[in-house]
Design a binder for this molecule. Structure first.
Ligand code: FES
Length: 107
């Protein structure tokens, strides 16, 4: 696929899959995971309000920093870890090619 990137996703059973998606900075990783049938609810539609897209980042990519709202929501999560992110806040850019994420437990 031209202008596409690959993302490795580890599901809640520990199974790893690689998905390929078109670069589109208007789209985000929560939507791409949903399109690929991963059980991410995305209840707030990507507004950083629900925490149902909580994932752990397992690669060394330099991602866009967390906004205050994301940081606050994650800090309240029972499953918070240092590598926690809300993947609805990660746009689909070339920079995240090869990113490895793991779905956090469902809230
Ligand atoms: S979809 Fe609600 S916080 Fe990401």
């Amino acid at each position: 696929m031209k202008d596409s990137i690959k993302i490795e996703v580890i599901d809640r059973e520990g199974v790893s899959s690689t998905i390929e998606t078109k670069v589109d900075p208007e789209n985000n990783l929560m939507e791409v995971c949903k399109e690929n049938d991963f059980p991410i609810r995305g209840n707030c539609g990507g507004m950083a309000l629900c925490c149902t897209c909580h994932c752990y980042i397992h690669s060394d990519h330099s991602l866009k920093g967390k906004e205050e709202i994301e940081e606050a929501l994650l800090a309240d999560s029972f499953y918070y870890k240092d590598n926690s992110r809300l993947v609805c806040q990660i746009p689909i850019t070339k920079d995240i090619d090869g990113l490895k994420i793991e779905l956090a437990p469902d809230n």
